[in-house]
Design a protein around this ligand. Structure first.
Ligand SMILES: Nc1ncnc2c1ncn2[C@@H]1O[C@H](COP(=O)(O)OP(=O)(O)OP(=O)(O)O)[C@@H](O)[C@H]1O
Ligand SMILES: Nc1ncnc2c1ncn2[C@@H]1O[C@H](COP(=O)(O)OP(=O)(O)OP(=O)(O)O)[C@@H](O)[C@H]1O
Ligand SMILES: [Mg+2]
Ligand SMILES: [Mg+2]
Lengths: 256, 256
């Protein structure tokens, strides 16, 4: 039974899409059958895994708004074992269009039900907000991974995010667990990174991944090649970190 | 007559709040009378300029949703000459609550009208989305500054943003001009930065600020002190860049 894991944080630019692409690719390369759902209108997970915008026909928009079956939206990716439910620019309209639709927060959960058995892991990349697209992802998910950039502003949003998760557990998805907080863009040369790591470990007591993703230029370059770093440059520090993370995710089942 | 300038880009983490805080502070320090409107529920411009969350009473939420007068929401900031219309966590609900309100995109424009004459510059920090909060900012603004991180994903969103600006000009605000594209977090040691700079200059032909904001750890540290870098560490490269940008903004009146 596929584990559905949302990758969410309303703070922008913390490494959600980079984590969605590289973690799902690392698991696929290790032999797992993985689905990557791109819930962000920016479609960075779609392009980051190597699917050109122009080749996307049916996207997540059609599934959420027009009730098209999820199976019709799925596309294979250049990585064996990894399929994608692509995003498109139309998804930008979904936040407002969903407001008037019945059971608006559960559209994604219901759409995923027929395909969950096909996969061992299903990851959902979220946009940088707590709007209806992210709510759909959190209502559909069993667990959530929270990427946290090693910078001060990223800390400020944590209590807002934890409060939102409590609300979601109460109203939409009582079983939602935190799989872990993932520290990203760690730069060992700055005190700031050290301070943030200590603070996050205090906030998330025991739910912080041992793997810390370092700031690594290959991770920033990989999207311009449309390839995950784990296949573009497996010897890079960025690739090694996501391979280590994949092993931790397999081992952990999140705590409430 | 105050120039209203929105700071917008739907891509997350590109330096919108950092620019809003430091550019408005640099202009205030040079003697201008400036208002900083925090249109992001994360409230990073509010905390970054030094206003503790706990001291915010009436916020932008009350102005946009409950029709409270803007003058009642304004607070002085620790920087002389710089006032703030603070954000709060309630603003997160505004995206959905605004959907049902008449003239929902013009609430901010109408609220600013009585106070525009007080200021020479009014900056609006936007959240990382193209939802109703950003639409309100772009409908209220005379000009827009687009921060663009020197990374590949930041490039991908540009055409989406330019298309949205065209749509906004046609439907909400015919006079909206691009004041300039601002390159941020430039790291001269990587090829990636160079490539992005060249690409952005091609996209925005002539509308790119000569000032490029370097990646500078003091800019990332300043929010933890609740102070703009231009007053925290005026000798830093980050402060010098925002002071130079302030001079350019004064000199430029944007082109359509
Ligand atoms: N560990 C890393 N080292 C260096 N660069 C990174 C790293 N992780 C992500 N990046 C780069 O930082 C930027 C932000 O990352 P990314 O786009 O994945 O964040 P996001 O949270 O998905 O952003 P958004 O909020 O816009 O969806 C991108 O340009 C990405 O290439
Ligand atoms: N020039 C810079 N050098 C180093 N760090 C920077 C620079 N500009 C911004 N930062 C840091 O990068 C992170 C992202 O910047 P910021 O929060 O201002 O972006 P944003 O576009 O406002 O994000 P969001 O989309 O979440 O609103 C912050 O931690 C900030 O402190
Ligand atoms: Mg993303
Ligand atoms: Mg911001």
């Amino acid at each position: 039974m596929g584990r559905v894991i949302a990758i969410a944080n309303q703070k922008g630019g913390v490494g959600k899409s980079t984590t969605a692409v590289n973690l799902s690719a690392a698991l696929a390369v290790s032999g797992m059958h993985v689905l990557l759902v791109d819930g962000d209108p920016q479609a960075h997970a779609t392009s980051g895994i190597g699917i050109p915008r122009a080749s996307v026909g049916i996207s997540l928009y059609d599934v959420l708004i027009n009730g098209v079956a999820m199976a019709s939206a799925l596309m294979p990716s250049p990585v064996a074992g990894l399929d994608v439910a692509p995003s498109s620019i139309h998804l930008a309209g979904a936040e407002v269009e969903l407001v008037g639709i019945s059971s608006r927060e559960h559209r994604l959960r219901d759409a995923l039900r027929p395909v969950r058995e096909w996969y061992e892991f299903i990851f959902i990349d979220c946009p940088p907000s707590l709007g209806l697209l992210t709510l759909n992802a959190l209502a559909a998910a069993d667990e959530v991974i929270v990427p946290i950039q090693c910078e001060y502003y990223a800390l400020e949003g944590l209590s807002q995010l934890l409060d939102s998760l409590t609300l979601i557990r109460r109203q939409l998805n009582p079983g939602l667990r935190i799989n872990g907080a993932l520290l990203t863009m760690y730069d060992g040369r700055t005190n700031l990174s050290e301070q943030v790591v200590a603070e996050v470990q205090r906030h998330f007591r025991g739910q912080v991944f041992a793997t810390i993703i370092p700031r690594n230029v290959r991770l920033a370059e990989a999207p311009s090649f449309g390839r995950p770093v784990v296949t573009l440059d497996p010897s890079s520090k960025g690739a090694a970190a996501y391979v280590a993370l994949a092993q931790e995710v397999i081992a952990r089942v999140g705590e409430p």
